[in-house]
Design a protein around this ligand. Structure first.
Ligand code: ARG
Length: 461
């Protein structure tokens, strides 16, 4: 097959070279961005008098046919065409003849691929934001039902202080909101048009970069062409944003896995989002959160992969950057399916408040409240209160009960400044509701957080 660039070559490319060099197997995903970019470029060329009105209109109608062929599956993607840019231009020229050969005026595949890939990444930044919002909505909806459902709040995976289940879930809403902000700020920062940079140095043709930028919805035009054709920061940003998102998803997944175990039994995943064992008939496994946790590894790999590809590249375009796409495509599709399945698994999950309440009877969750009581009501310095509470905990252990169940007389025997009202301070519900400081777990504060996220998600159906 004759190559578009074969003018200076005496020999045909080897089949092995064709296979090794081609990106058409994966970059065909960018066909929409490529065709829209070509049409915008042609419109600008016509506006500048570089193409005639007839040439433009045949490029536009030819491209409409190419688009139609691609979307109907009739388009033949051939490895010998190397990449989608050349495959599409070649097919356009077959359809419309000589006008097709003028399309590449004042353009190079270097600015063309920078344009297509950047626009794809910008679009995915926005689509992923919508998906995260939809996941957050499910989280906030579950939270609404559980502002008074008590669970042990933990540090070091040890029972620490009682919190409500909504407060725990809303911590993830806060993480996902930050993720959204990261995707949005990347999209805003990178909304800059590369087209018109040509191979590396710009072009002598009288082009109008502002015009193509405007047609394609960019905020502005890039400042330095040499940078623009070799810049892949925008791709690294989405890989990092997805890595952080998946890290959050993985942490939530880890908790769902723990909560589903017999040791916790705080939640039960629905049958539709659980799997069985091929040998142990009784089993119901949390494969979904486990895979979400596992898939986090591959998106980290994609980030490190592209950082490594980029680190030694001299300016400007190098073929190494063709390696930018597959990792991004993989991370994007991993994020998309992960967000969707996590949302559904959560939406259909059963919460078990009784098991949570039972767990709150373990580990003396209100111990800090006894220390706080001694400080506030008995004028004991905190260090001393801490020590006295430690003795009360030891006594409760001796009696085989939780501190929240201890009798007043026992506490009075430890420190006679303790008064009878102490017991109400040690109840788990009281302990949770006592934490009224801003951002705390008290039900009133949790309700504020729900309102905050409701406002943030007001446009989500
Ligand atoms: N397929 C190439 C890529 O994805 C397109 C740009 C090729 N440019 C070049 N000068 N060989 O990076």
């Amino acid at each position: 097959m004759e190559k578009m660039w074969s003018g200076r070559f005496a020999q045909d490319a080897s089949t092995l070279l064709e296979q090794f060099n081609a990106s058409i197997m994966f970059d065909q995903k960018l066909y929409r961005e490529d065709i829209e970019g070509s049409i915008a470029h042609a419109q600008m060329l016509a506006h500048q008098g570089i193409l005639t009105a007839e040439e433009l209109s045949s490029i536009e109608s030819g491209m409409a046919q190419v688009l139609n062929e691609i979307e109907s599956g009739a388009f033949e993607w051939k490895i010998g065409d190397e990449d989608l840019h050349m495959a599409i231009e070649k097919r356009l020229t077959q359809i419309i003849g000589d006008a097709g050969k003028k399309l590449h005026t004042a353009r190079s595949r270097n600015d063309q691929v920078a344009l297509d890939f950047r626009r794809y990444v910008l679009r995915k930044n926005r689509e992923i934001v919508e998906q995260i919002k939809s996941l957050m909505k499910v989280i906030v909806d579950i939270s609404r039902d559980h502002t008074s459902t008590l669970i042990p709040g933990m540090t070091h995976l040890q029972h620490a202080q009682p919190i409500n289940f909504a407060f725990h879930l809303l911590a993830y809403a806060a993480m996902f909101k930050r993720d959204i902000e990261r995707f949005e700020s990347s999209a805003a920062r990178n909304n800059i048009s590369p087209i018109g940079c040509a191979a590396l140095a710009g072009t002598p043709h009288n082009i109008n970069r502002e015009m193509t930028a405007k047609t394609l919805g960019f905020d502005s035009v890039s400042i330095n062409c040499l940078d623009t054709v070799s810049d892949r920061d925008f791709a690294l940003e989405i890989l990092f944003n997805i890595s952080t998102l998946m890290m959050h998803i993985s942490r939530l997944s880890e908790e769902i896995i723990l909560w589903s175990s017999y040791e916790f039994r705080f939640v039960e995943l629905s049958d539709a989002y659980s799997t069985g064992s091929s040998i142990m008939p009784q089993k119901k496994n949390p494969d979904v959160p486990e895979l979400l946790r596992g898939k986090t590894g591959r998106v980290y790999g994609n980030l490190i992969g592209l950082l490594t590809v980029m680190k030694g590249l001299p300016l400007a375009y190098n073929k190494d950057t063709q390696e930018d796409k597959e990792g991004v495509f993989d991370s994007v599709s991993t994020a998309e399916i992960s967000l969707e399945i996590l949302r559904e698994a959560l939406r259909t999950m059963t919460v078990k408040p009784q098991n949570m309440a039972r767990a709150c009877k373990l580990g003396h969750l209100s111990a800090t409240d006894l220390a706080d009581y001694l400080v506030e009501h008995c004028d004991v310095p905190f260090r001393e209160a801490h020590h006295t509470t430690g003795r009360a905990v030891a006594r409760a252990e001796q009696l085989g009960i939780d501190l929240s169940e201890i009798e007043y007389a026992e506490l009075h025997a430890i420190d006679e400044r303790i008064k009878e009202d102490v017991c109400s301070y040690l109840s788990i519900v009281h302990s949770m509701n006592a934490r009224t400081s801003q951002g705390g777990t008290a039900e009133v504060r949790t309700l504020e957080q729900i309102l905050y996220f409701d406002h943030f998600l007001k446009d989500v159906k």
